[in-house]
Design a protein around this ligand. Structure first.
Ligand code: GDP
Ligand code: MG
Length: 441
């Protein structure tokens, strides 16, 4: 998807005249890509209309930041769809809340209930699980197993067949035990049958949940909107959790779920394990949807803080996997110019903590300046080499002497370089626009 979108944008910016037709072609291409990613047709069409309103063709014709304007408009529109305008009910620690989970069978309810409980337990809550699924054989065993593993109290029955009764009893019991997060797992059924919805309604009536969470499998495709809407019509869905985001699906259905339930996505499931559960964050999600990958935030920062004329070269070098001392030097220069230090690098895992610990900005800045002084004593060969063996003792000694620093400082700087090179080697193979195309991004 990301590929086709950037291709579409690129094609358009290559067109000599950016007229309405070129923009339309581009938008049609993007529409196709979003549909393939399971974003609902109507949402895509509305987005297309909005973008046409936002993107001023005159600006585009003037040649200013064509691609950037359009890409930004798409990004913003998708983010807007994911924001229903009001936050969901948020349980408060120490105050009793009842949270009910609904969704089709296999969507991941039982797994997600435990993840949700475990997530809060780790933060000092007292959660409890109630199994109100009497429909599926083994449902109680599954919940019991999960709960036991996480050491979370649970309630259920092998003999009672009335889910409403169990739900009511379970919630009562855990209220008495002063649990602050009582989670009710419900049955799913394969189809959206009337019986399922009636059961949901009754369980909801009996337990009076503070929040009903709709759980949706990210791979259900275009069916997402209707499914989410059907649940919303029966019970007061207030939040959404999208599961199986570790799979192939990009999760375009999330946009449908938000649109249909007018509720925010609050978490995503990223695996079968208890801790494969993340707080939902709109921007990275949209980046992923657009195929921009984990580095998108980083790329955005690069666009913000690295001078435009330096970007193509830097990104080219990084995509080739050549993180030389000279690149480090140039990036230090940028860093020092940037003001609040570490904006870019703080996005890289394991980077800022060591080189620029929070609260030690002054020291970090001094250290970077010290590094740069030593690099000023390096030869071009040394700066441009990516051969770690080049830096022998005599070279290090010469650099130390030239910079008036102890050799230990030179070694420290080279260690830092090695560490950075390792992190930055992840940029290798990064798909970036070719030289010359960058300035308009
Ligand atoms: P329920 O019928 O809605 O209660 O769904 P379950 O919780 O029983 O989950 C159905 C299947 O999906 C199980 O095999 C789970 O392990 C799996 N599952 C749930 N969430 C995730 C997820 O985020 N990632 C992956 N890979 N599998 C998941
Ligand atoms: Mg279940």
């Amino acid at each position: 998807l990301g590929g086709s979108i950037s291709r579409a944008i690129q094609q358009m910016s290559n067109a000599t005249i950016i007229d309405e037709k070129a923009l339309n072609d581009c938008l049609n291409e993007i529409t196709r890509a979003l549909l393939q990613s399971d974003v609902q047709f109507k949402l895509v069409r509305d987005m297309q209309t909005n973008i046409k309103k936002i993107v001023n063709l005159d600006d585009l014709a003037a040649g200013h930041n064509k691609r950037r304007i359009i890409q930004q408009a798409i990004f913003n529109e998708l983010c807007k769809i994911l924001d229903p305008g009001k936050p969901s009910f948020t349980p408060k620690k120490g105050k009793t809340s009842v949270v009910m989970f609904v969704g089709l069978q296999g969507s991941g309810k039982t797994t997600t209930c435990t993840k949700y409980a475990y997530y809060h337990q780790k933060k000092g809550w007292k959660p409890a699980l109630v199994c109100a699924d009497t429909f599926r054989a083994g449902a109680f065993d599954q919940l019991k197993q999960n709960a036991t593993k996480a050491k979370i109290p649970f309630y259920g029955s092998y003999t009672e067949s009335d889910p409403v009764k169990i739900a009511e009893e379970g919630v009562e019991r855990f209220k008495k035990e002063n649990c602050d997060l009582i989670i009710v797992d419900t049955s799913g059924r394969h189809k959206q049958e009337a019986a399922l919805f009636e059961e949901m309604r009754q369980v909801s009536e009996a337990t009076k949940p503070d929040l009903i969470i709709f759980v949706m499998d990210s791979s259900i495709g275009q069916a997402a909107f209707d499914q989410a809407q059907a649940f919303k019509q029966m019970v007061a869905v207030g939040a959404v959790i999208i599961t199986k985001m570790d799979g192939h699906a990009k999760g375009g259905g999330a946009l449908s779920a938000v649109a249909a339930t007018k509720s925010p996505v609050i978490f995503i499931g990223t695996g079968e394990h208890m801790d494969e559960f993340e707080v939902f964050d709109v921007k990275p999600f949209v980046s992923r949807l657009l195929g921009m990958g984990d580095w998108s935030g980083f790329m955005d920062k690069i666009h913000e803080v690295v001078p435009m004329d330096q970007q193509p070269e830097l990104l080219q070098k990084l995509s080739e996997g050549n993180f030389t001392l000279r690149i480090m030097y140039e990036q230090f220069q940028n860093l020092l110019k940037m003001g609040p230090i570490g904006q870019v690098f703080s996005m890289l895992p394991g980077f800022s903590a060591e080189l620029m610990p929070k609260g030690h900005e002054k020291e970090s800045q001094a250290k970077i300046k010290r590094y740069m002084t030593m690099m000023d004593s390096m030869t071009n060969e040394e700066l441009d080499s990516s051969n770690p063996k080049l830096m022998n003792d005599s070279r290090m000694m010469r650099i130390a002497r030239g910079a008036g620093r102890p050799i230990r400082d030179v070694m420290e700087m080279l260690e830092e370089y090695k560490r950075l090179a390792k992190v930055w080697s992840k940029m290798k193979g990064l798909k970036i626009p070719k030289k010359g195309e960058m300035s308009s991004l």
